[in-house]
Design a protein around this ligand. Structure first.
Ligand code: AMP
Ligand code: MG
Length: 346
């Protein structure tokens, strides 16, 4: 199956986010070219990967160092994007899918994503299900001319899912039975953001902000030790902001029904599926997760979205008490529900 990247929507989103001041506190036009009060130079760019415009701001102790950090960030992101692109027959993920039950020895990074997927499938009671690639293909959300599939085709996918297994033996990853497709779309972007942040920190970068469309990760603080101010997109009117949070050294990840969808007979069908029904999950409009790891935030935003305002909220409160994540749910009436440690919104 061929997939056309949704560049127009991604470009629009980027423009809207910039207009809405996602990078509040960093005004591109007013930013001085030279060093700031802490002697740091800014490199600011955007690039296209994983169907999204990814914009970033990295600071270094010289202009050259800042640029080098930018190159490192883009290389890291692009490498993980390439590895997890299931529409590229040469990607590592496609090779795993092609190997099926025979299994394939995978890289440390793919192994880590698979381990996370296996663990969080259990902890989310099956809501996080990375083996729904063929269900996703059947719906073809974001592709050309998507339509609600026949009920019998969805039932066949559910039957396939009931037998689907993702297994790790050492570093050998296998997908069974025949026809089941591993899709890491709900974790790869967060994982790539973490990998980029880790590479930057290891290289000595002290301050950065990466916005990968619904996944924002920061390193350090703004000049003078101030927290980053991050705008939250309004799920009802995505060109507006629903709130603002302040954070440092954290990832903020959102899954929402407005990010990728089509409409048929007045109903919106989006890209996050309930593995129990085979239809897009319909209990929430959005879930935003604040966590140390963007990969975890990515997994949780998808899984809690599927689990909904009761079961999902229960798990979110447990995660909050464990210090793993704070969560904001946007309910069917667009009101919000937050976990006890959510940093507050204005
Ligand atoms: P996200 O935007 O992070 O919520 O991820 C959505 C993407 O993850 C979709 O485009 C699918 O590729 C995949 N996906 C959809 N539903 C699920 C699910 N229940 N569990 C895991 N992955 C999913
Ligand atoms: Mg996700």
């Amino acid at each position: 199956m061929e997939r056309k990247p949704n560049r127009t929507a991604a470009a629009l989103l980027l423009v809207l986010l910039l207009l809405c001041g996602l990078f509040a506190g960093c005004q591109p036009a007013a930013e001085p070219a030279g060093p700031d009060a802490e002697g740091l130079y800014l490199c600011e760019k955007s690039f296209f990967a994983m169907d999204t415009y990814i914009s970033y701001r990295v600071w270094g102790t010289s202009e050259e160092e800042a640029k080098d950090y930018g190159v490192l960030l883009e290389e890291t992101f692009t490498r993980i994007a390439g590895m997890t692109d299931r529409f590229d027959p040469d990607s590592e993920l496609s090779k795993v899918n092609a190997a099926g039950s025979e299994g394939l020895a995978v890289s440390a990074e793919l192994l880590e994503m698979a381990e996370l997927a296996i663990d969080w499938k259990v902890r989310t009671n099956g809501a996080f299900q990375v083996l729904l690639g063929s269900l996703s293909d059947l719906w073809n959300i974001g592709g050309e001319d998507p339509k609600v599939p026949e009920k019998t085709a969805i039932a066949a996918e559910l039957q396939k899912l009931s037998e689907a297994r993702l297994t790790l033996r050492g570093s050998v990853l296998s997908v069974e039975p025949e026809g089941v497709i591993l899709d890491l779309g709900a974790v790869a972007k967060g994982y790539a953001a973490d990998a980029a942040a880790k590479a930057l920190r290891q290289a000595g970068c002290k301050r950065a902000l990466i916005d990968a469309g619904g996944t924002v990760i920061t390193i350090g603080t703004k000049t003078g030790g101030q927290l980053w101010t991050i705008g939250l997109q309004d799920p009802k009117e995505p060109q507006k902001l629903a709130g603002i949070i302040e954070s440092a050294d954290k990832a903020l990840v959102t899954s929402g029904d407005y990010q990728r969808y089509f409409e048929q007979d007045g109903t919106r069908y989006h890209h996050i599926f309930d593995p129990e029904t085979g239809y897009p999950a319909n209990r929430l409009h959005a879930v935003t997760v604040l966590a140390e790891s963007a990969a975890l935030g990515d997994i949780l935003s998808t899984a809690l979205f599927v689990m909904g305002p009761e079961e999902g909220y229960q798990l979110a409160c447990q995660l909050s008490s464990e210090g793993l994540a704070e969560v904001l749910f946007t309910l069917p009436d667009y009101s919000q529900k937050i976990t006890p440690g959510w940093p507050g919104k204005r």
